[in-house]
Design a protein around this ligand. Structure first.
Ligand SMILES: [Zn+2]
Length: 229
């Protein structure tokens, strides 16, 4: 039942294809703009430092983390974490990603409503993802939960909502990044185009995640409806 032909055709396959497409776009944007140096010679970490300092966040640490594209802002630690490539890199891509993470810190600083909502949804989403494994096993495999399809719909509603809130938060962080880079004179107008390409490509992975979540939700809604008839 988990692997029925409808699931493969309408959920797995399109999810896989859009995910692959997003990864390819991301890879091509990074391999291109990872080679283009920024004229002012700043590294990603230095550019982020400028943005944070200008916003009055002088005490906020910027740390290097292993991994590729492991860059993130941690609201609980109130710290920026940049992958080695983007921490040390002096390319348009590195400066763009670092500025994007600084953009999240600015959202937090300004108490952006959607940023706060996403933060509040993180523990709920984590619980829902774990709970899903249990529901799947007890309901679908062992048939121990009679209404597990309704629970599945509830779980995928939470996961879809999370992806839905994530999307504008990500685009807003990128908008703040471009705005700050330009306003502080950290990138030239022509470099701004490259920053946009890189950040738009990165945002596509969140679009792919949202599409996949919606497809899964629709699938379980249709199963739940059919089981009632
Ligand atoms: Zn982000």
């Amino acid at each position: 039942m988990i692997w029925d032909s409808h699931y493969i055709l309408f959920v797995m396959l399109p999810g896989l294809l859009i995910g692959l497409w997003a990864q390819m776009r991301l890879h091509s944007a990074f391999s291109k703009y990872g080679q283009v140096p920024v004229e002012n010679g700043l590294s990603g970490a230095e550019a982020a430092r400028h943005i944070l300092d200008q916003a009055g966040l002088r005490d906020m640490p910027i740390e290097e983390v292993p991994g590729q594209l492991s860059d993130h802002y941690d609201p609980t630690k109130r710290a920026l974490f940049l992958s080695s490539d983007n921490y040390h890199g002096r390319s348009v891509a590195a400066v763009g990603v670092a500025a994007h993470e600084a953009g999240h810190a600015l959202q937090h600083l300004h108490q952006d409503a959607l940023f706060n909502m996403r933060m509040a949804l993180v523990p709920v989403t984590q619980f829902a993802s774990y709970a899903w494994v249990g529901v799947l096993f007890l309901g679908m495999v062992l048939h121990l939960i009679p209404h597990y399809l309704l629970i599945a719909v509830a779980i995928f509603t939470v996961l879809t909502l999370f992806q839905l809130v994530t999307l504008p938060v990500e685009y807003d962080a990128s908008a703040r990044a471009k705005d700050q880079l330009f306003r502080l004179g950290l990138v030239r107008p022509d470099e701004r185009v490259g920053v946009s390409r890189v950040l738009d490509a990165a945002a596509l992975t969140y679009v792919a995640a949202l599409v996949t979540a919606v497809l899964q939700l629709l699938y379980y809604i249709s199963l739940a409806r059919n089981s009632r008839n």
